[in-house]
Design a protein around this ligand. Sequence first.
Ligand code: NOJ
Ligand code: CA
Length: 585
Amino acid sequence: MRMLKRRSLLGGAVAGAGTVMIGRPAAARGDQSAARRTWWKEAVIYEVYPRSFKDSNNDGIGDLPGIIDKLSYIRDLGADTIWLAPIFASPNRDNGYDISDYKAIMPEFGTMSDFDRLMEKASSLGLRIILDLVVNHTSDQHPWFQKSRASKDGPYRDYYIWREPKGGLPPNNWPSPWGGSAWTFDAASDSSYLHLFSPYQPDLNWDNPAVRDEVFSIMKFWLDKGVAGFRMDAITMISKMPSFRDMTVEELKAPEYVYAAGPHLHAYLREMNDRVLSHYDVMTVGEAYGMHAQDIPLFTDSGRRELDMVFAFDIVHVDRQGWRKIAWPLSKLKDIYAAAGRPQSPDSWNTVFLDNHDQPRAVSRFGNDTAFFREASAKAIATMLLTQCGTPFIYQGEELGMTNLPFEGLEDFEDVQVPTAWETLVKRQGVDPEAFFESLKGLGRDNARSPMQWDASKNAGFTTADKPWYRVNPNHIQINARECLNNPDSVYYYFRDLIALRRKHPALVHGSYQDLDPDHSAVFFYCRESGKSRLFILINMSDRGFTYDSPHLAQASLLISNMAHRGGTRGVTWLAPWEARVYTA
Ligand code: NOJ
Ligand code: CA
């Protein structure tokens, strides 16, 4: 039981997103004073993975009408912006990250008129929609690639990257970060094409101006429909190393850093900004795969006119070494957030995320998903997510404390990545299959992709079809939205309270960041400060309870907690396992 009643604590109903003006041309995006406070810095963004969100026509696949049905659920949580993972026509080798028509809706998801209805309903609820822009590569079924493959002299040949094989071997030693060579041989034209991801995802040749024109036209098409921006897939990889030389042994250990170091990357992003983005009041968030943290302001410093925000990968790497899942000490998280909290450039902005469709479930990874601690730890890490520096991203089901799946064998995985990884690591490199499987269970992307758990019924209320496209987590009987909505102490309501708290206290958005106890191995204690407003965030990130002592707590008053607050004297307090509190002083 929490100490204070939700409503009195936050002073009324959840702050709505207010009136939203989307997709309108902007007067001056480069204006520094205007850039300091923008809607997307204050936004709370909710990612929807459409395939697994809500099925409306009982074919076992989530769809746009399903999302329309649930928009008010997202709005009631307090999010104001929705990122839709790809909704475009695709053969679905990589669940829509392989697009065959950028201006058409995936038939399994609905029609363009469903999309228009989605935009209308979202706008009427004060919700913005951002789309996934997947333009490092297309599907091998895209007509551009079909034509590129069909003729060596046609205008589409140069839309992709073709090279001659070397004496029966690929053109160079570049690997796909997913395993295997980054080249696939095409017998018809006796050449190989480059694909940094799967062979079904050939890379576009951004050095060809016609390709850039195509991309910019796609962007305008959706912006003119009123979308509020884009999440840009693998955007750091669009400019390729011109020499196509072999990578060194050192480079091969982390090839993504080579792929992200192309010489024209920033020029192409600036061109995109000049020709498209600067004409609309929209936001962009780039996936910064292969980027060192110190290089991030090169994308996000507003004066450079490239992107607004990126997803940095340090949080993703915190518990991995190559394919292997490793333990993460709290000090690593503290270092990541401390670096993010130090302004690296006058006006660049961060994102904060723990979960997305490529990551295991946050509560299983950063909290403790056993029955005893699941709710408390899901709330504790939510406290961290919503009080750190940067725009927070919540992934569907995170607000319910959804957990990883119980995998029993390789056949339980659906992800296109898995067979290649198995082939490369276990079959070719001799990695121990048991060890590989153990790590995969903890890190696999499928953990995030099981259907959203709406209720305790068969298939979790996601579909009434006999078989959903992917397995439902059996724990939906206990963990589901209906259960959460009926329980005032649920993870869902705690998320809602935190979002409302964030809206009420601008220091949580714009304030400075200071780690007040960087050496403690279990307590995360930090301060966000702006003008006269100072907020202290105290989180026990462990399974044990203990007393904690800080002079900052002596005068502070509690704003929110995930537990009954037992008080304490003169700055000494008892912290239960996974207890989290936000104070003001
Ligand atoms: C990153 C996306 O988030 C992931 O799901 C996808 O497989 C790759 N990029 C390739 O598009
Ligand atoms: Ca459906």
